[in-house]
Each structure stands twice: as structure tokens, then as C-alpha cells.
Design a protein around this ligand. Sequence first.
Ligand code: SAM
Length: 212
Amino acid sequence: MQQDFWLQCWQQNQLGWQQDDAHPLLRADPSDWLNSSPVFVPLCGKSPDLLFLAQQAPVVGAELSEIACRDFFAENQLQATLNQSDVFVCYETEAIRLWQGDFFALRPEQVAECRRIYDRAALIALPAPMRRDYVRQLRALMPAADMLLLSLEYPVAEKNGPPFSVPVEEISELFGFAQVTLLQQRDLTGQGFARRRFETSSLIETCWRIRW
Ligand SMILES: C[S@@+](CC[C@H](N)C(=O)[O-])C[C@H]1O[C@@H](n2cnc3c(N)ncnc32)[C@H](O)[C@@H]1O
């Protein structure tokens, strides 16, 4: 999706993907992925997962929208310092640093301390050609990583993204260079996705651990 699309969603407060609480699969930690090492959260929005993760480890996020970054700290009563750093604005507290700007312009030194990645509604926010670029950029940013990925699968003929359906075969192909394990699936059919209604005949959330 183009940046304007997302910026408009934030301006119009159309945040169908927003969770009220940390994701249940993250809280359940299906594969002991949680630990105290710094974690990178691409396309992080103002997700409550950031706060949950920050209770155990330093968190570095990347988010395009100024509204998202500003609201994240304000809504959680956190006082962040702001610094302009070339094309990014850096919001920082002791535990959480958000790079506000384009994920695709991020440089390795901005996530240098991170060996883990948490992706909820980032890969699935992007259309197919951008998903390739997204994975390429993750690899460029982090030569070694331990990633927890939450993805979504539904019949593509029944709905346009975002969120996009990213089937098992595509995950295997996109991360062909890595060790990929399907940890868990949740059947969300009829339940919607966060605040969004979903009329598709099936809706499956998949949880992956991906290491390279
Ligand atoms: C579907 S939302 C998911 C947000 C968050 N991961 C969550 O679970 O609530 C996708 C987010 O990606 C952000 N985004 C889209 N393109 C981006 C880019 N090129 N760089 C940084 N953030 C981007 C959007 O502003 C939006 O907040």
C-alpha cells in the first residue's frame, strides 16, 4: 500500500486493525520466544503489543505515522523525548524507541541491538510485491534474527486487502532462506479481525517462528 493510504487511515482514525490488549498468541508465547533481548517491531502502529513486549525487553519500533507515535506515548502516559535524525523522528523512553518514518528507509544501525522481530499485521498489511521488499529489507537490517510472525489466510476471491491473505506456501517461499516453523493456527471465521468485520467463508490466523 502507498504511504498516503496509511497516513489517511490515521488522520481519519480508521484503525480497524487496532487491538484493545496485547495479542493472545503473544501473551501465550507459544514457543518460548519471549525473552529479555531487544526486539524490533516493524510497522508497529500504536499497538498494545509494544507495551507488553517492553515489560520484558527493550523495544525498537518503526512506524510511518506521526499520529500513531504521538498517540502511543500519550495514551499510555509515557513521556518520550523527540529527536529529528535525517528523515526520521526518534521517539524515545527508557524501554521503547520508535523510529517515525519509512520502514524501507531504515538503516541497520537503527536496529543494531535487535536480534528478534515481532510482526503482527505488518507483512499482511502489504500487497504481494511489497511483501517481497519487506522481507528483503528485514534481512538487510538484521543479518540474523528470530522472528515471531502472525499472519492471516482467507479465500482471496472473497475480499480485497489490507489485511491481505498470505498463505502457507507464500510464507515458505518468502522466507526460503530461513528456518520456518508453523507454531499455531486460530480459526477466526465469523469473529472478524480486531475491530474489523470479515465476511469471508474462512479466516485463519497463523503464528510462525522464523529464524535466520
Ligand atoms: C495494519 S497496521 C498494523 C499496526 C501494528 N502492527 C498493529 O498490530 O497494530 C500497519 C501499520 O504500518 C504502518 N506503515 C505502513 N507502511 C509503512 C512504512 N513504509 N513504514 C513504516 N510504517 C508503515 C501504518 O501506518 C500502520 O500503522
